[in-house]
Design a protein around this ligand. Structure first.
Ligand SMILES: [Zn+2]
Ligand SMILES: [Zn+2]
Length: 337
């Protein structure tokens, strides 16, 4: 019997055992059973060689470091919108884009993220902001589905291809307009094609900022997961290959928007609530200085709603709304999400 066949047999018995356990009240469906420990699964995940993972057992976190370049490579050429304010880009003609060669244009982006290994499921949901919402095993970042802070334009629906050159590539990823911060807006199929096994639940492809794992669109038995199978945050409780006792986890889907994760169902820090992933996001100190106010004043005025109410914040700060918007082109840190 090949290793592969052995593995499939083992997986089948695990699934059978799980099927029997699902009626048991011992399995907490609401997370009340306490915070799962993800450290072993994270230590054993399929991280690319370019990714460094350090588990801190004492702090109950892990640190992800990479150069931001995905291990799977990318398309030869990309469309970069000439005017980042001209969304939706799919309406734009070919001459409203610059065609760039990724080999020269794409830039390394040092990613340094510290994420909990004890994620806590909470009833409260927190909207994901533009910018990094998670890290992928390829070394690249996971963004949400939107390109604008108002959450009206989903990147996957706004994709455009002129003369075979894409805005979003076949891995459902691209960089910001300056060639930095390669990120995914949909299932990173270049990763899942390598890791997912037919007939089985998807393999973990990354971790969101709230600490819960994220997967492609294969559910139990390899059945395709659609948006209708998931909660508002595109997650559910269940067994995965890495978590045979079950865990809350997210699925990226391919059927319809959101293809990504719109909200966290895990407990998040105040910084994350304000749209600042740990170790990344916009430099609010610099933005405040530019506006002639303190960072505390800026954070206070922006509040915790996502997207921020720029008009109300500007009025509170006594500054022009346009000045505020210009200083903060997008909560994720750079224009052209
Ligand atoms: Zn699942
Ligand atoms: Zn994007």
């Amino acid at each position: 019997m090949s290793n592969r066949a052995l593995y499939l047999t083992a997986a089948a018995s695990v699934l059978a055992a799980v099927g029997a356990l699902q009626c048991s009240p011992l399995i907490a469906q609401d997370g009340s059973g306490g915070a799962p420990d993800t450290s072993a699964a994270i230590a054993g995940a399929n991280w690319a060689d370019t990714v460094t993972i350090a588990i801190d057992d004492k702090a109950e976190t892990f640190r992800f470091q990479s150069n931001g370049i995905p291990s799977h490579g990318f398309a030869e050429k990309y469309l970069i919108p000439n005017d980042v304010g001209s969304m939706p880009f799919s309406d734009n003609a070919a001459d409203e884009f610059t065609v760039v060669n990724s080999a020269e244009y794409f830039q390394e982006t040092p990613i340094d993220a510290t994420i909990t290994t004890r994620p806590v499921y909470v009833e409260d949901m927190t909207d994901t902001a533009l910018g990094r919402i998670g890290v992928a095993v390829s070394g690249a970042q996971i963004f949400n589905d939107y390109e604008d802070p108002e959450r009206t334009i989903a990147a996957m629906d706004d994709n455009v291809i002129h003369d075979h050159v894409p805005f979003v590539d076949e891995c459902n990823g691209h960089t910001l307009v300056d060639g930095t911060n390669y990120h995914y807006h949909g299932i990173p199929v270049c990763i899942t094609a390598d890791l997912d096994v037919a007939g089985e639940h998807s393999t973990m492809i990354g971790v969101l900022e709230d600490g819960f794992p994220v997967y492609g669109n294969q559910g139990a038995g390899g059945v395709t997961v659609t948006d209708a199978d998931l909660d508002e945050c595109s997650g559910h409780f269940g067994v995965t290959p890495e978590f045979p006792d079950g865990i809350y986890h997210y699925h990226l889907t391919a059927d319809e928007a959101p293809y990504m994760i719109d909200c966290y169902h895990g407990e998040v820090s105040e910084a994350l609530r304000a749209g600042r992933p740990g170790g990344g996001g916009p430099d609010f100190g610099a933005i405040a200085t530019q506006l002639g106010i303190t960072e505390a004043e800026l954070m206070d005025a922006l509040g915790t709603s996502q997207p921020p109410d720029f008009a109300a914040a500007a009025e509170r700060l006594g500054i022009d709304e346009d000045d505020l918007r210009t200083a903060m082109p997008a909560p994720g840190g750079a224009p052209g999400q």
